[in-house]
Design a protein around this ligand. Sequence first.
Ligand code: ADP
Ligand code: MG
Length: 701
Amino acid sequence: MHPASRSLTPGSLEQRPVTALKGVGAALAARLEVLGVRQVQDLLFVLPARYEDRTRVVPIGALQAGSRAVVEGEVQLTEVVYRRRRQMLCRIADGSGFLTLRFFYFTAAQQQGLARGTRIRCFGEARRGPLGMEMVHPEYRRVFDTQAPVEDRLTPIYPSTEGVQQGRLRMLIGQALRELDTAGVHEWLPPEILQTLRLPSLRDALEYVHRPPVDAELEVLEAGAHPAQQRLAFEEILTHHLVLRLIRQQVQTDPAWPLPDPGKRAEAFMASLPFELTEAQRRVFDEVDADLQRDRPMVRLVQGDVGCGKTVVAAAAAARAVGSGRQAALMAPTELLADQHFRNLDSWFRPLGITVALLTGSQAARTRRSALEAAASGEVQIVVGTHALFQDEVAFHDLALVIVDEQHRFGVQQRMQLTDKGRSTGRHPHQLIMTATPIPRTLAMTAYADLDVSVIDQLPPGRNPVRTVVAPASRRDEVVARIAAACQAGRQAYWVCPLIEESEELRYQAAEETAQVLAEALPDIRVGLVHGRMPPRKKDEAMLAFKAGHIQLLVATTVIEVGVDVPNATVMVIENAERMGLAQLHQLRGRIGRGAHESSCVLLYQHPLGQLSRARLNTIRDTSDGFEIAQRDLELRGPGELLGTRQTGLARMRVADLSRDSGLLPRVHQAAELMLARYPDRIAPLAARWIGADERYGRVG
Ligand code: ADP
Ligand code: MG
């Protein structure tokens, strides 16, 4: 046997530290650890985010804008110019056409290396620029021989890895794959499951996704539809699902305080509201109410479309905790939402003699300190906050109920952290989780396997449906006129900027530009701006100014999607709507139609609109029911993200996409039953493989 492979037995890669690989010292090991890579096996499970075809050289004249390709040519001219920013332009030609390479960061040596007559091969994304086709910051190298070989496999591109360069990572994964050749990888799925799957073995699947052959179909791979990817996705979804099931089992063995509410504070609260609960609210509250009287912790998800009134149900549950002599905490994903909840709860509870405090990261030290003290002493009964509630310094006197709003923004881990806060009392707090993202049942069974689910499937009476129109971006002027009219009539409007995936930087520039252009077009209207790059305090300032009516037109990136309640806003314009997920569009539109006035939403799209995109936009135009939209979304399978991990409580997935791979779910559920019944001890190694051994989420079991 080869000496290097002597120690490699099946499964040994699970215990072989990466430092056993050539070229991995302590420094690199530390950076790899940040990526969750400790053992050689972990490298194999860093899966490509996409692929590039560098297997052939494309004639420059045949380059398509937007495509990524290898070209080769001779440098004709390299010069440094000043166009807004200092930059280096290098023109290359290959007889079929010419191409400009544009560099914003470059060295003098690099400039010299690109002297006229030099032959280079480069790889990058072709775009149309002011000088014709161009590539910005392509990878390139000098070639001396036109016959120089190109790649013989598709090139995997791994998810962005801070501190470890793609090239380095590719090389390490290459080493791990060679060890895979000799040692194999441990198959934790039992034969009963593998037989029914009819998918490649784990080892073949790994080999394929890391090194797809030249003739692999790029589209199939990009769509995640290759059997090798499906094999991995199955194992990944199964693992996450199993971990959630274990969390649930574990939680149900913990004791909790039953909340009897002898003085009927919850009922008193509901009676004090200026409106009647809808039937759906009442039903869901009764479910929650029954849970809260048990001595096992409730872990319940309340799903309900935007505006259905989840907050009231949560507040009633909090009143029950208070009425039982204990505390409740409500956690929101943003400061703005926390503030909004605090104001609502305070106005509802103050007349009933129930105390509410706010705790956020940006509070003045003194305010914050007194809120902390009040929470610890039990003087305050309900604490509303952001993730600041997680911090170690936050202690509760007697926390019996944790409410998490818009839970798709929080992961399972974070929820567990907050429930740990209640453990000081020796009992596990009840958890109520609220989300406005309706998801179909099979998906809910997978993604929320640790929870009981209630649905509020009815809106309060008297809501005005939002009139939605789909229009080409060329009708922008009419849309601007409509905004002017609405603002003159005393209403307010949102303008949601295009979703630019390339970079945060571009997204933020686009929003600034749009705000400027709109401010010029609408000189009499007060225009404000919020985007994700602003510090939270600035963002909240802008949102509060909008709430107070000081800002009439709010230009925003999609940061406004969650929970914001400004009933006076009646117009929303969404640019490049065709590029957004349906769930997201639905969430965004839920920001209007909240008051007594007619509301309208304009979905602007860029020509040309494909058939699928049109069908998707029409779905939004014709439907206001979130569940129906979610179902259509799943059927139409639009751009990713729709029902991906962002909307569920699951940790990030590497290869699976719950929406795309929904066809696997019934088999996942079956397999999970078998694993729980017959192979429970295999769940921990699967969790270590897919989720990470040290995270609490993965340590269960
Ligand atoms: P969401 O479920 O999206 O969080 P909210 O809890 O913010 O919705 O409720 C939206 C609005 O509807 C709030 O202004 C709330 O006071 C109001 N509301 C809630 N329940 C009812 C009801 N049964 N009748 C009338 N208005 C209600
Ligand atoms: Mg809400």
